[in-house]
Design a protein around this ligand. Structure first.
Ligand code: HEM
Length: 535
């Protein structure tokens, strides 16, 4: 009570106890001992050596020496805000997720936006995918919807993620280039991975240089499941739609801003919230059954495919408002740990092989990034729902669990935690029977139909931006064979696209890459709903 920074935000309940107001207080060591002199070290005579016993100097320097933690292996550069999610209605017929159980029900959120490739101090306005990660502190545990601002991904299987990122990041021998994509290794990988084509169309479009974090869509990307209290399940794609509209920079603006104000997006988000212009998004879902999915000309487990809105409309289910900046960048924005494995009863996974790998990756990386297995106790990561289990010990343990019993079953502790049965998370019992194999379903091999769908959805101005984007990137590629392979892939998307890029490179349009499938390409109807200008 009485803390100047504490308002009506529902997160206060959990974060209050760790907020510190140092103003007007006497300085202490970390042991609470008051410090008499914070200017001078303890010396043997004013001009003599420093005494080893100067525990005050040593504590101060030691802490400083350890003030940096590893940056995220991807999405290192980001900015975040707090706010709330509000359900539009009682959605219990489709999901038992408690945050969607009643109209007007509010759930606190912490949202971090990010670039993917750049390092922690890199510029905001580079051409890159943007992360859009939402942590919902629901009353039945934390749900993290760890999405991006582009609805598809570069690859189809988690097995390829380390290769993708090794190709995207600065080259290991000289640490260049810092720019997100303009280099041989990325385009080498891209030209040898036709599954990347649909994502590249978005990546070279205006979508990859957003005007503001407040003006980006967000997507869960994968197909998920929603499950209701009776155990019935539908497939689901998640969409965030910004109420301020979806807007992009043009390349020249983005390039200038990267030099003139590398914090452009961070500043924009911060200042909007400080000014009371709270950014807002609507959460929508595309819902479809397994029977419908079986009729689609693409595989819903393939994260390089969208479900066109003409086939399944997006239904709004709630809205999200970001109304408060973090108090401390490190404690909150840097230490927050999103995880694709964090789901709550009512939300479940699909068998998308990219999603399945993500379920492992996040906790694993955070154990090293955040120092051990107890990072869920860092306030920004702690659920509002209570934690009761038999996990103990580990680096930096904060909880003081009482009693002698930390195992189950036991007969010695009457009130030990017991399993919740159907009140807990029950995995959707999807029937499975198949051989254990490596490989891909047949429809995963159609790499061009939806790339063409995206191309066709763009206005001529937007198409020219895509051509200009490819030209800029590929002129920086030193190896001619890589440029040729890229062009050969683009021919399969559209002749004008390939010709426009080839022209900029002073090259002939090569014969198309062979299609990696015997299936005919699927011609979708033009999809105006995808265009930036229709939103
Ligand atoms: C961050 C792995 C695919 C969205 C991360 C991090 C890792 C990772 C290790 C750093 C986490 C941390 O240090 O806290 C993977 C793997 C993937 C994959 C292995 C594929 C197999 C994706 C996809 C999306 C995505 C498809 C979007 C749908 C994000 C976001 C963050 C992130 C938004 C940043 C979270 C934050 O703001 O802290 N990913 N990722 N990732 N990933 Fe992924």
């Amino acid at each position: 009570e009485g803390h100047p920074n504490i308002g009506n935000n529902p997160l206060d309940g959990s974060l209050d106890r760790v907020r510190v107001d140092d103003s007007g207080r006497e300085l202490t060591t970390n042991q609470g001992v008051k410090v008499a002199d914070n200017q001078d070290s303890l010396k043997i005579g004013l001009r003599g050596p420093t005494a080893m016993e100067d525990f005050i100097l040593r504590e101060k320097i030691t802490h400083f020496d350890h003030e940096r933690i590893p940056e995220r292996v991807v999405h290192a550069r980001g900015s975040a805000a707090q706010g709330y999610f509000e359900s539009y209605g009682d959605h219990s017929p489709i999901t038992r997720a408690s945050l969607l159980a009643a109209a007007g029900k509010r759930t606190p959120v912490f949202v971090r936006f990010s670039t993917v490739a750049g390092e922690r101090g890199s510029a905001d306005t580079v051409r890159d995918v943007r992360g859009f990660a939402v942590k919902f502190y629901t009353d039945e545990g934390n749900w993290d919807l760890v999405g991006n601002n582009i609805p598809v991904f570069f690859i189809q299987d988690a097995m390829k993620f380390p290769d993708l990122i090794h190709a995207v990041k600065p080259e290991p021998h000289n640490g260049m280039p810092q720019a997100a994509s303009a280099h041989d290794t990325f385009w080498d990988f891209a030209s040898l991975s036709p599954e990347i084509t649909h994502m590249l169309m978005w990546h070279l479009s205006d979508r990859a240089i957003p005007r503001s974090y407040r003006m980006m869509q967000g997507f869960g990307v994968h197909t998920f499941r929603l499950v209701n209290a009776q155990g019935a399940s539908v497939f689901c794609k998640f969409h965030w739609t910004p109420m301020a509209g979806t807007h992009s920079l043009v390349w020249d603006e983005a390039a200038r801003l990267a030099g003139a104000d590398p914090d452009f997006h961070r500043r924009d988000l911060w200042e909007a919230i400080e000014a009371g212009q709270f950014p807002e998004w609507e959460l929508g879902v595309q819902l479809f059954s397994a029977e419908q999915a079986a009729q689609f000309p693409f595989d819903i487990l393939d994260p390089t495919k969208i479900v066109p809105e003409e086939m399944v409309p997006v239904q709004p289910i709630g809205r999200m408002v970001l109304d408060r900046n973090p108090d401390n960048f490190f404690a909150e924005t840097e230490q927050v740990a999103f995880c694709a494995a964090h789901v709550v009863p009512g939300v479940d996974f699909s068998d998308d092989p990219l999603l399945q790998g993500r379920i492992h990756s996040y906790i694993d990386t955070q154990i090293s990034r955040l120092g051990g297995a107890n990072f869920h106790e860092i306030p920004i990561n702690t659920p509002l729902a209570q934690i009761h289990n038999n996990q103990r010990d580990g680096m930096h343990r904060q909880s003081v669990n009482r009693g002698r019993v930390s195992y189950e079953p036991n007969s010695l502790a009457g009130g030990c935690p017991f399993q919740a049965g159907t009140k807990g998370f029950v995995s959707f019992p999807e029937p499975q029977q198949a051989s254990k194999v490596r490989g891909k379903p047949e429809l995963f091999a159609d790499h061009y139909s939806q790339a063409r769908l995206f191309w066709k959805s763009q206005t001529p101005v937007e198409q020219n931006h895509i051509i200009a984007g490819f030209r800029f990137e590929l002129t920086r590629v030193q190896t001619p064979a890589i440029r040729r392979r890229m062009l050969a892939g683009l021919v399969n998307v559209d002749q004008r696209l390939a010709a426009g890029v080839a022209d900029g490179l002073g090259m002939e349009v090569p014969p198309p890459l062979p299609l990696s499938t015997s299936l005919p390409m699927h011609d979708y109807p033009p999809s105006p709903a995808l265009s930036l200008f229709s939103r």
